[in-house]
Design a protein around this ligand. Structure first.
Ligand code: ZN
Ligand code: ZN
Length: 584
């Protein structure tokens, strides 16, 4: 077996395929002007200026034309050329974009052309030796793209494609693309009734529909319960505050480009809150604290508003208003290790419960100590506490120099979803700066005032983004404990409805989310609907079930499981909800 290609080899191959594609486009549509065609992380593209839009049929024809060049096994030949000659060359061929690019090449830098077959492009290279090395490629889709990414420029047509050294690798990649489309949370969010983005409300401001709200509240309840158990105290704070608060915290100076503009009322300026921390600090400051009071752990599902560029908004992963499962821990320096370990332990519990594999990134400072605040001793102590915590919990982790915040080191959790994509979730940060800025103190056992240390933590991070990731990870099929509808009863005929209603009430009383499909539809249709909605359990009820006091169980994963007494089903499902393992 050949060893897997390096990134460089893949870039070379894909860049070469982009040239072959441009060559094919020029063969088939000679009036087209060519712009740029670089490799990307998982493929390549080339931008074309052509009045008629490329159709899927055009893409198929271009692919066929490309195959001819590949079969010809043309060499890629490089040649250096003078500036004037290069400009003349592309002017003669009526390629104004290339001429513009040449004008931008700094004086003294070599200008090179690459030729394959009859196609010559302005290019820095590098390329594969011959077109025959392109063993597997596919053109994927067309999208609009402004010349040089500037919306004042002409909109060009960008053809995306990808290439690999083997057909098997290409097919694997196409399969992953298809899976990503199938799992896309924007599509599933709409189909499953999870959330809504209404243009009338605004981009980046999702509305939670009933089923999504159930998922979200279930997660919140789970977290609330765990926090209660660990001595967190709930607080609730407003969505607006005076600008002065954020001047004191420093956010107004360092974070302003992410804040919505201030608004005026009663001769005062207010701003939507981008962070919960300054509010929780007010709670700490509201009383005199002694060393005996610490640690104090304040938790809030706090909604914050952050200004994101409108072009960057999409689904739940980038939004302008979102809710954090936020908490701030105020502790003595000697409590830092235990508190940090407690938080890490909670995050691990959450990620295990959700079946998300993870690793942790320990963000420590780099050698350029200028940009950090706090003393070297504080940093050393905090970094040691973080490392000791992750080591004592035997979790996979790595140290990343320079990934610390300017006010303290941090721990980021990176989870891997079902497609192997890595997402950064919750963060735990140690902070020496805010206690300083707000002059937080506690009375030590020595009768002196001391400065507490603060820990910021949000295991889910943003609930919006987290649920977006969960939808894609589960492909919409939430585990039983999170599923908006856990059990749907399906009566075969009208005369079975009353029995179904009685069973449904029994299940609801036991704490399950159950409902009866009373619609006047065929049984096959109802089962199919429940499957599309990804409901974990369907209970089908006919004469036999009514007579014997049973239900016929169909599970989303295992299909038909036969008839069981209602109470037996209930016991199994309850065990599955609390135990987390399906009862096949
Ligand atoms: Zn090139
Ligand atoms: Zn915070």
């Amino acid at each position: 077996m050949r060893k897997p290609p390096t990134v460089d080899e893949l870039y070379r191959l894909r860049h070469s395929t982009a040239h072959v594609m441009a060559q094919a486009v020029k063969h088939l549509f000679p009036e087209t002007k060519i712009a740029i065609g670089p490799p990307t992380e998982d493929g390549f593209y080339y931008d074309f200026d052509r009045d008629t839009p490329f159709t899927p049929e055009d893409l198929a024809a271009i692919e066929e034309e490309m195959k001819k060049s590949i079969a010809a096994d043309d060499p890629f030949v490089c040649r250096e050329i003078g500036r004037e000659e290069a400009i003349r060359f592309f002017e003669e061929r009526n390629e104004p974009y290339k001429v513009e690019l040449i004008h931008d090449i700094p004086e003294g830098e070599p200008i090179t052309l690459y030729q394959n077959g009859d196609f010559i492009d302005l290019c820095r290279g590098p390329h594969v030796a011959r077109t025959g090395e392109i063993k597997a490629f596919k053109l994927l889709h067309v999208a609009g793209a402004y010349w040089r990414g500037d919306e004042r420029n002409k909109m060009l047509q960008r053809i995306y494609g990808t290439a690999f050294f083997s057909q098997a690798e290409l097919e694997e990649h196409l399969h992953r693309l298809e899976e990503a489309r199938r799992r896309d949370h924007r599509r599933l969010g709409r189909e499953l009734g999870i959330f809504l983005i209404a243009p009338e409300v605004g981009a980046g401001l999702p509305i939670w529909l009933p089923k999504g709200a159930i998922v979200r509240e279930t997660l919140v309840e789970f977290m609330r319960e765990e926090q209660r158990r660990r001595g967190y105290l709930p607080v609730i704070t407003p969505h607006l505050a005076k600008v002065d608060l954020y001047k004191l915290s420093g956010h107004w100076y360092t974070y302003r480009d992410k804040m919505f503009p201030a608004m005026q009322a009663d001769h005062e300026e207010f701003v939507l809150k981008p962070m919960n921390c300054p509010f929780h600090i007010q709670v700490y400051r509201s009383e005199l604290r002694s060393y005996r009071d610490l640690p104090i752990r304040l938790a809030e599902f706090g909604t914050v508003y952050r200004y994101e560029q409108s072009g960057e908004l999409g689904g739940l992963t980038r939004v302008r208003g979102f809710t954090q499962d936020d908490a701030h821990l105020f502790c003595r320096p000697d409590q830092l290790l235990d508190e940090f370990r407690g938080v890490v332990d909670l995050v691990i519990l959450v990620l295990r419960r959700l079946g998300l594999p993870f690793r942790a990134r320990v963000g420590v400072r780099d050698t350029d100590s200028e940009k950090y605040v706090g003393t070297p001793e504080q940093w050393e102590q905090a970094q040691q506490a973080i490392l000791a915590a992750v080591q004592s919990l035997a979790m996979p982790h790595f140290v990343a120099e320079g990934e610390a915040a300017f006010y303290g080191p941090k721990l980021d959790f990176l989870v891997e979803d079902a497609l192997g994509r890595e997402w950064q979730l919750g963060t735990i940060q140690v902070d020496y700066v805010l206690p300083e800025r707000f002059d937080l103190t506690y009375m030590g056992d020595d009768g002196q005032q001391h400065r507490p240390v603060m820990i910021h933590r949000a295991p889910f991070g943003s609930l919006e983004r987290f649920i977006g990731i969960l939808i894609e990870h589960y492909a919409g099929a939430f585990p039983l404990w999170l599923a908006p509808v856990q059990v749907r009863l399906i009566p075969i005929a009208d005369r079975h409805v009353d029995y179904c209603r009685a069973v449904c009430i029994r299940l609801q009383e036991a704490g399950l989310r159950a409902e009866v499909d009373e619609r006047n539809e065929k049984i096959g249709y109802k089962i199919r609907q429940a499957q599309l909605e990804k409901i974990p359990y369907m209970l089908v009820v006919g004469d036999r079930e009514v007579e014997s006091g049973q239900v016929a169980v169909r599970s989303r994963e295992a299909g038909d499981r036969g008839a069981v007494p209602v109470e037996a089903f209930l016991d199994q499902v309850r065990a599955e909800v609390w135990g987390g393992t399906p009862c096949h």
